[in-house]
Each structure stands twice: as structure tokens, then as C-alpha cells.
Design a protein around this ligand. Structure first.
Ligand SMILES: C[S@@+](CC[C@H](N)C(=O)[O-])C[C@H]1O[C@@H](n2cnc3c(N)ncnc32)[C@H](O)[C@@H]1O
Length: 291
């Protein structure tokens, strides 16, 4: 694509508009929106020959919405994790790249486990549960969320993945603070994954989060730990001896979530892990074998 190619010029203009609007990654977003409009992969943009005015108009319209800080994934309609993408939009939390590290950690714990039982608490779009089911067709995966709107996105994504050939996941409507949640799985779960709401109430968040992620998917009490406390309790009950738990948390929780796990007295191998930016992001542990 030459410097004077209309698409290249449009992407450059979009980048400037998005930068002025305070978007964190304006070039990336401009290119991803252009790729979305054209129906090509981002890496293939330089190979696009001529574009007509309708393409440039469609790109300009999406850029204007992104400049008003609508999440990029609401505009493209999807978000990726592992080898899959899930549909997202108003009413459901947009999966974040940092959660991919927790997913990879969890998957690795299953390497030697045949037909594992996996639970995804606070599933939102279903992204973690569906990524596990895609990577491990032999797994029995249960996912739960309290929110009807989130569950309808999860249902849509689960149906799409099952139609694509993945082992179906079992979706449940439920509250992770319920002490009887998944009682029939007590002591049987090989892996429990959870990306819960964890931001302390009142924390300032970017417009994409404040105006578009559901508040109950983001905030969790004055210290951000309200739901996580219940997740630790559920993990102690649900995991089989040797089973693994991974809980994503706020970057201020690098000491407090491992401490909550340690206080339970039933976990070993408690560790905290950084995200791609090096900030504390998720805690992991194993259920201690019975004495
Ligand atoms: C941060 S989002 C995570 C969604 C998904 N796991 C992901 O990584 O993209 C948290 C989810 O927890 C759900 N949630 C909040 N409180 C809950 C509760 N007490 N029980 C079950 N789900 C809850 C919200 O509806 C939301 O979908």
C-alpha cells in the first residue's frame, strides 16, 4: 500500500482521531476496525488493493463510535481467547487479554488428567469455559453466572462452539456466594477458574468500562474482595485433593488473595502471577491432599 493509498490515509486519520479521544492503543484499534470493515485479518491490510467510498464511510462511522469510547470489541462484535472467539456486546463483560494467561496456567494443570472436571465461576460470555472445552474435548465443563444478560451471551457462544464441534459446556444460573452451589461436585473438581468482579467500589475506571461493562461484573465491595472470598470458600469445597484453582484479581490484590487462600488452611503451592504488563493479576493454588 503506497503512502497515498486511501485506506492507508484513512487509517492514519483514524489513529489521530482515536489518540485525541484518549484511546489507549489508537493505531491498533484503527487497524482492527479497518480489518473488520474489510473482513480481512489485520496482517493482510497492506495487501488490500483499492477500497471504495462505502468502506471508508463505514470505517469513519466506527471510528467515531470508538472515539466516543465504545469498546473496540462491541464494534467488532467479538473477543478472542486461546483458539476461539466469542461474541460480545452490551450486557456482558468484554474478555481481556490478561485472562489468557490464567487460562493457559489452568490448561497446563490438566495435562496429565484424563476426562477432567472443570468449573468456571463468573463465566460472563462463557469465554473461559468454552476455551477449556475447545482445548480439552474430554473435559466436563460447568460454567455459572448470576446475570441473565451475561448468560444469554454465554448460551449464544456455547451454541456456536457446540455447532463448530466442541464438547458442549453446561451453563448454570447461580450465585457463587451460595454455599450449596454445585454441591453435587463437592471434592470432584480438577480445575476451578474464576475471573470475578474485583475492582474496589469507587475506583475510577476508563469510559469503556464505566459506561459499557456491567457494574456487577467489575466492582465487588469496598476492598474488591467480596466475591473472591466466596470463590476461595467454593474452591476449598469443590476441588478434589490435588485439584487446582486460579483466581484473577485486581493489581492491588497481589498479597491479599494469596493470603485469603493461605488462611483457608487447605491449599498448597499458593502463588501469585503477573499479567503481560508485569502487574500482579491472578493467584493459584492446589487443594491439599486429605491427611
Ligand atoms: C469480570 S466478569 C468475567 C467474565 C468472564 N469470566 C471473562 O473472563 O470475561 C465477572 C462476571 O461475574 C458475574 N458475577 C458477579 N457476581 C456474581 C456472583 N455473585 N455469582 C455469579 N456470578 C457473578 C458477572 O455477572 C460477570 O459476568
Amino acid at each position: 500500500m503506497s503512502r497515498h493509498h486511501p485506506l492507508r490515509q484513512a487509517i492514519g486519520a483514524a489513529e489521530r482521531v482515536l489518540a485525541d479521544a484518549g484511546v489507549a492503543s489508537p493505531r491498533t484499534d484503527a487497524e482492527l476496525l479497518a480489518a473488520h470493515v474489510l473482513g480481512v485479518e489485520r496482517g493482510k491490510l497492506p495487501l488490500v488493493p483499492m477500497v471504495d467510498a462505502t468502506v471508508l464511510d463505514a470505517l469513519a462511522a466506527l471510528v467515531a463510535r470508538r472515539a466516543r469510547r465504545e469498546p473496540l470489541q462491541h464494534l467488532t462484535g467479538d473477543a478472542a481467547m486461546g483458539a476461539i472467539t466469542v461474541a460480545v456486546g452490551p450486557g456482558v463483560f468484554v474478555p481481556r487479554p490478561e485472562t489468557e494467561l490464567m487460562f493457559a496456567w489452568g490448561l497446563a494443570t490438566l495435562a496429565e488428567v484424563r476426562s477432567p472436571v472443570v468449573v468456571d465461576l463468573c463465566t460472563g460470555s462463557g469465554v473461559l469455559a468454552l476455551s477449556v472445552a475447545n482445548a480439552r474435548p474430554d473435559a466436563r465443563v460447568h460454567a455459572v453466572d448470576i446475570d441473565a444478560a451475561a448468560l444469554s451471551w454465554a448460551r449464544r457462544n456455547a451454541d456456536a462452539r457446540a455447532a463448530a464441534g466442541d464438547t458442549p459446556v453446561r451453563l448454570h444460573s447461580g450465585d457463587v456466594t451460595d454455599p450449596g452451589l454445585f454441591a453435587d461436585l463437592d471434592g470432584q473438581v480438577d480445575l476451578l477458574l474464576c475471573n470475578p468482579p474485583y475492582v474496589p467500589d469507587g475506583t475510577e475506571v476508563p469510559p469503556e468500562v464505566a459506561d459499557h461493562d456491567p457494574a456487577h461484573a467489575v466492582f465487588s465491595g469496598a476492598d474488591g474482595l467480596t466475591v473472591i472470598r466466596s470463590v476461595v470458600t467454593a474452591a476449598a469445597r469443590l476441588l478434589r485433593p490435588g485439584g487446582a484453582v486460579a483466581i484473577e484479581h485486581d493489581d492491588t490484590h497481589g498479597d491479599s488473595v494469596p493470603a485469603l487462600l493461605a488462611d483457608r488452611g487447605v491449599f498448597t503451592d499458593i502463588e501469585d502471577h503477573p499479567d503481560l504488563a508485569g502487574r500482579p493479576r491472578f493467584s493459584t493454588a492446589r487443594r491439599r491432599p486429605m491427611a
